[in-house]
Design a protein around this ligand. Sequence first.
Ligand code: X90
Length: 278
Amino acid sequence: MKYKIVSDSASNLLHVDNFAYSSVPLHILVGEKSYIDDENLDIQDMYATLASYKGKTSTACPSPDDWIQAFENAEAVFCVTITSGLSGSYQSAFTAKQMYEEQFPDRQVFIVDSLSTGPEMVLLIEKIIKLMEQNIAPAEIFKQVEAYHETIHLYYALASLDNLARNGRVNPLIAKGIGALGIRVIGTTTAEGTLKPCNKGRGDKKAMQKLLDYMKSTGYQGGKRAIISHSDNPAAAEMLKEMIISEFGSFNGYIHANTGLCGYYAENQSVLVGFETV
Ligand code: X90
């Protein structure tokens, strides 16, 4: 059977080596300019433009047609989407599924609503890959992935909530004052896949320490997988990795940069961590 995994670009994962995987780009709209969140995106240019641009900016999720094109005739497709609580990407993938299955009754599309973004999407994708490599039937893979989903979490330290607030994704009252004097908002996700701010910290060191504290209290343990993403702040991401190593003796995961969508909403200097618990 021809399998494929497709995720929207909120996962920050553009390619997977030796695996049938595609990323479907979201778009970041800055005035007349539209940045496509794919491998050609110049993220530094995007941050620089955003820093000086005074007008309205926004984003657009993939269309059902964008999703269908990425399915590439696979017989079993797994879509991993950014949270349906904040984006239309899930709904668009769902329409794509209906169209695709109607046109090809012997094919199946499974949609995993991450109720999250970035690193937590990566963990879901890694899990699907692992199960596909064991030749497990697609419906059973879906079941196991949903169970796995209960055991993983996302925490973040954001340097600004302006773009989230301006686009109606977070209450403007919560956004006020974040970013000033290096204040970071620390938070996680709600069950509905929206933002749940939990705490504040000044400066990267305190913010990373708080992320580690939340990881521990949520049930992270040594050896469990942890994926860290950052918006042009490799030093903070590295700091968190070192804190994990000094606490648990090892780090099972990797650090990578946010691409366009997470870069735009998480904003410059932010760090996201997705991790498994017991
Ligand atoms: O245009 C669209 O459909 C995309 C809208 C996406 C809105 C939210 C993106 C959040 C990105 C921010 C930090 C983590 C928040 C986790 C919330 C579940 C990253």
